[in-house]
Design a binder for this molecule. Sequence first.
Ligand code: F0G
Length: 457
Amino acid sequence: MELPFAESWKIKMVEPIRKSTRAEREKWIKEAHNNVFQLKAEQVYIDLLTDSGTNAMSDRQWAGLMLGDESYAGANSYLKMKKTINDITGFEYVLPTHQGRAAENVLFSCLIKAGDMVPGNSHFDTTKGHIESRKAYAIDCTIDEAKDTQLEIPFKGNVDPIKLDKCLAENADKIPFVIVTITNNTAGGQPVSMENLREVRKIADKYKKAVLFDSARFAENAYFIKTREKGYENKTIKEICKEMFTYADGMTMSAKKDAVVNMGGFIATRVEEWYDKAKIFGIINEGYITYGGMSGRDMNALAIGLDENTEFENLETRIKQVQYLAQRLDEFGIPYQRPAGGHAIFVDASKVLTRVPKEEFPAQTLTVELYLEAGIRGCEIGYLLADRDPVTRENRFGGNDFLRLAIPRRVYTNNHMDVIAVALKNVFDRREQITKGFKITWEADIMRHFTVQLERL
Ligand code: F0G
């Protein structure tokens, strides 16, 4: 008999978590204005708010913390981190930042001006925020298939080459660079194929434009290329990563995802001019160029995390857990963005809470229902997160309305996945009785989902 699949690690340290009663949760979510970001973490049983900075580090990473060099300039920890990034990405210049959005802030300060356009595949909300706050426009060129949640294709995160070419043809003078997010978080943690990356490079070259990768989950993207794209079956993850980055001029990185650390980020590039400009913004906003918001110990952990998480076994363990949750949801017929993403399941709220009008935020309603059911905290990636159109100030209802269940790396077991699946099934079973959602009582102008206050209708 073939042995079943199991994790490629064992557990050395644990942290207790606590269940609560429904009555407690009803009180807490009300106090939180029906916004799960406003809950205290101790009011949560299983926390799927994000896979960002919530990962469990390895014993080698913890050991690396003790060896951190905290020198202000030229720390050995920086040099080690730089060497690891050089080896994995092929990018020569490395500027640390405290997290991904800080990398965006520093680099976009050099590259984007008012009136510019930045085409890409479903820009992440901070990416879009850093474009729109500079009075520039994020143009979404994701393939149309990504919107059809039930369609099963291997690379649903891809850029549509026709849309990209058209955007460049019409606006070339306004476009500083093309951005590709790997994996495509907003579309459901969906990967981008190597063929697509190559094609984007070709189109960008045609118009003499740079290409930037938003690389938060690049290793997970490489796993999907290895397991789904012809010609890559026998390549190592590190070989695949190296090839991916040959199609870009630089990257922004949130190390809180695929470098499996709790905090950190960086810019890496082969363009000396970008690095020279970014250094100035980095020093003003983040810190000196060899630490940029990170402690020496954090840079050590980051380097080790990146090295470990660009190995197949680690990625396989992680992504198979997400796929395990997906299988459990399939048993119950719960619709989600198919196939399962690399870091999360994106439940299609518009297909679950069909009786809640979009103006009442179905995915947010489902998020609150799941919390009330079992103390599980997911996150709305839908109409609230989409913010209002900066010009018309209308809600943006054009995209998908998801409840995201993001799985932190190496934190929960498959028993937790079972609890999540059954809790969601219980909500799913009573979906016809859920007819009312929420109305906004207070919201911020931009990135409103973090602080929005909602009232039950
Ligand atoms: N790019 C992508 C694709 C992301 O998913 C994130 C963060 C960022 C950039 C910004 O990085 O958080 O380090 O500043 N995503 C988290 C999430 C917050 O929950 O998906 P950061």
